[in-house]
Design a protein around this ligand. Structure first.
Ligand code: ZN
Length: 202
């Protein structure tokens, strides 16, 4: 019997296929962002692992910033939707859920760094000086989303929901921004909220 016909090897390959596809999608996205002209790391020339000030020019330009939490929440939502909505009756494995979530997140990162969304952010949200994420920041956002999928799987619905609410409230108090406001302000900007958010700009 030749190797590909070995049933255990074939099933192992089937099992790892979605993880391989997720990694390939991530690599292609990173390359795409680079080819779109995104810089690898912040233009300031330093290499911070963390930047906490969302008002500075370093935000979304270094490895991790407060928006990490909203990207982990993307993973929660994608996992929840993939597992419970249209695919409910053909429940995908963790691997395929991760793969689908990664593809959606990668598509969003490319869209987020395209002129149409960059200009929208600049026009209607607090991200007036937003010029797109650095490649390292986008890459980390995708990894955060993938982590969110694993966390949601491990915690189950109630604990994941509690963690999501904690992230939302925590970042709301901390930087006056979160996933809910980010989506709301991008789609339907409310001036009073923008002014409240801007009031802590230092
Ligand atoms: Zn910087």
């Amino acid at each position: 019997m030749t190797a590909p016909d070995n049933p255990s090897l074939a099933s192992k390959r089937r099992e790892i296929l979605p993880y391989v596809l997720a990694c390939v999608t991530m690599a292609v996205t990173v390359l795409t962002l680079h080819l779109m002209g995104r810089i690898w790391w912040c233009a300031c020339g330093q290499r911070f692992l963390w930047t906490g000030d969302i008002w500075s020019e370093h935000c979304s330009q270094h490895l991790v910033d407060p928006y990490l939490f909203s990207h982990i929440s993307h993973g929660f939502w994608f996992y929840g939707l993939i597992m419970w909505l249209p695919l409910r009756y053909t429940r995908p494995s963790l691997g395929w859920a991760l793969c689908i979530a990664t593809i959606i997140e990668c598509a969003w990162e490319v869209l987020e760094n395209s002129p149409i969304i960059i200009n929208r952010y600049r026009a209607v949200t607090i991200s007036i000086g937003y010029t797109g994420d650095s490649v390292i920041n986008s890459g980390m956002d995708i990894v955060a989303c993938a982590c969110g999928v694993f966390i949601a799987r491990a915690l189950g619905f109630a604990k994941t929901l509690a963690l999501f609410v904690a992230f939302e409230l925590g970042t709301l108090l901390w930087v006056r921004d979160n996933l809910t406001l980010n989506v709301l302000m991008l789609i339907w900007p409310i001036d009073a909220i923008r002014q409240w958010q801007s009031a802590i700009a230092g």
